[in-house]
Design a protein around this ligand. Structure first.
Ligand code: SAM
Length: 218
């Protein structure tokens, strides 16, 4: 049996700290959450490697560095209500659950929702709520959210997410064309909306109204 704790420490020490991740709360959440329990058996031995991995349904669990940088940019202090679009494996939501009060996460593929929910139960993440649906519409009944994280690539920030963001809130999303995006940081205040671009990235597409059309030939 591999020593997964050693591998997660190595992931943090070799992949995250040297690339500039500084937030100690983010680093300790990334050491703690057992990434190998969020991938299938065939990917078990690659779980802590410096790459995105397939999780079935043509979807991926994001590269550890991308999870860390997005989480750091959310600037979580511990009392936030967070919305994630694109549950996938549930790994990012588990990291968010370690660092905030309550997490709502939406996934359009029902099989992934079911598997993620089983993982949250097994690991005791009682502050994560998983919803199957079109995340580009947000979750109006639970809004406003202090933070919103989009973990699929989108041509623009879905308008409903901006509406559902609290004053003082932050949205992080990969925005761009199909095979190339940049992380966009959106801040909402009484004065309005400000946007700032950050690192380049490549995510699977955010599908649905306010994202990419379902029938687009990628
Ligand atoms: N956060 C995930 C994790 O930790 O494993 C990785 C997310 S994966 C890169 C992107 C996910 O977004 C996929 O599971 C995909 O099915 C989902 N997705 C795409 N469009 C969506 C939509 N409109 N609403 C909800 N989920 C969507």
């Amino acid at each position: 049996m591999e020593d997964f704790k050693r591998l997660s420490d190595l992931m943090v020490d070799a992949q995250l700290i040297p690339r500039g991740i500084k937030d100690e709360r983010v680093l300790s959440a990334m050491r703690k959450v057992p990434r190998h329990l969020f991938v299938g058996d065939s990917m078990l031995h690659n779980a802590y490697e410096d790459m995105a991995l397939p999780i079935g349904e043509e979807q991926t669990i994001s590269q550890p560095y991308m999870v860390a940088i997005m989480t750091e940019l959310l600037d979580l202090k511990g009392n936030e209500k967070v919305l994630e679009i694109g549950t996938g494996s549930g790994y990012q939501a588990a990291i968010l659950a370690e660092l905030s009060r309550e997490v709502f996460t939406i996934e359009r593929k029902a099989l992934l929702t079911k598997e993620a929910e089983e993982r949250f139960q097994a690991l005791g993440y009682g502050n994560v709520h998983v919803i199957t649906g079109n995340g580009t519409l947000g979750l109006p009944e639970e809004s406003p959210f202090d933070r919103i994280l989009v973990t699929a690539g989108t041509p623009k920030i879905p308008e409903p997410l901006i509406e559902q963001l609290a004053d003082g809130g932050i949205i992080i999303a990969p925005v761009g064309i199909r095979f190339s995006q940049q992380l966009l940081i959106v801040r909402k205040s009484k004065e309005g909306i400000s946007e700032q671009t950050h690192v380049p990235c490549v995510f699977v597409p955010l599908i649905g109204k306010h994202g990419w059309p379902e029938d687009e030939d990628f």
